[in-house]
Design a protein around this ligand. Structure first.
Ligand code: ZN
Length: 271
């Protein structure tokens, strides 16, 4: 069985059975960006508890199944419309950056492409620069994904200290992947069970755009989603004739290379 990394999963919304399924499917590490929990939190204290959950509790739950758990911290764009709350949450983050499963700042980005969201995005970018952190970016799922992606790339490029090789832009689709990769960023493809990016579309994108600076994830959360979307796509790759070396590159080596830029990321027996 090939080992792989799930680089984007919201395990706080999943059952312990899901951890077991991931382990049985060969998952070596799961990475959890901070995101919306299915409801709006009423205060910064709610985020404080959430940050404790993803830095203390989830790593222990994962370890029971031999899976390493990493996380990213931020206030997500869906809850960043109130700049006062957002700044209170951002102020909590530096103390958590010291914890040993934290890889960086994410998933930051835009949801409705509003002025407040953009301002808080810029403040997160500044936070990442000040603390020398990797960045994981969420792009909007709405019809203006293209516009949102453009705004995000510009906000990143406007910051002179940002190295695009240390930023992954997630949820790319056919119409946004090229601009992300052409400007030197990493790209994440999210595999959805219902609409949007299917395993076939993801593999097609790899064939068109190559397999450098790209990963795949399930982004499984509290909604309709599939924690096994990555191993299902690995199976589909095999059906389409790809060998183990190629599958391993996209699903294990690439995420390990990107996240390995953080000194916190370690994976036993990767070589
Ligand atoms: Zn997410």
């Amino acid at each position: 069985m090939l080992r792989y990394i799930e680089p984007h999963a919201h395990m706080v919304s999943r059952t312990t059975d899901d951890y077991e399924k991931l382990a049985l499917a060969g998952c070596a590490a799961v990475c959890e960006p901070a995101f919306w929990a299915g409801f709006d939190r009423s205060s910064a204290q709610g985020f404080y508890d959430y940050f404790r959950q993803i830095t203390e509790y989830e790593p222990r739950r994962a370890a029971r199944f031999g899976i390493r758990h990493y996380c990213w911290l931020c206030i997500n764009p869906k809850e960043a419309e109130d700049p006062g709350l957002a700044r209170d949450v951002i102020a909590l983050i530096p103390e958590f950056l010291q914890r040993n499963n934290v890889l960086g700042i994410g998933e930051i980005g835009l949801n409705k492409n509003s002025r407040n969201e953009l301002r808080i995005l810029e403040e997160h970018i500044q936070l990442a620069v000040e603390h020398d952190q990797l960045i994981l970016v969420h792009t909007p799922h709405l019809e203006d994904k293209m516009k949102g992606t453009r705004l995000i790339l510009d906000a990143l490029k406007n910051h002179s200290s940002i190295d695009p090789g240390r930023v992954i832009i997630d949820h790319v689709e056919e119409h946004t992947i090229r601009m992300v990769m052409d400007e030197g960023f990493w790209a994440g493809m999210t595999l959805y069970p219902e609409s949007k990016c299917s395993p076939h579309r993801a593999i097609d994108m790899l064939e068109v755009h190559g397999c450098e600076r790209i990963w795949m994830n399930s982004a499984c959360d509290w909604g309709v989603s599939d924690p096994l979307a990555v191993p299902r796509t690995m199976l589909e790759m095999r059906r389409r004739g790809y060998d183990d070396g190629w599958i391993r590159k996209v699903t294990l080596e690439n995420p390990a290379r990107f996240m390995g830029q953080s000194p916190r990321f370690k994976l036993d027996g990767l070589d």
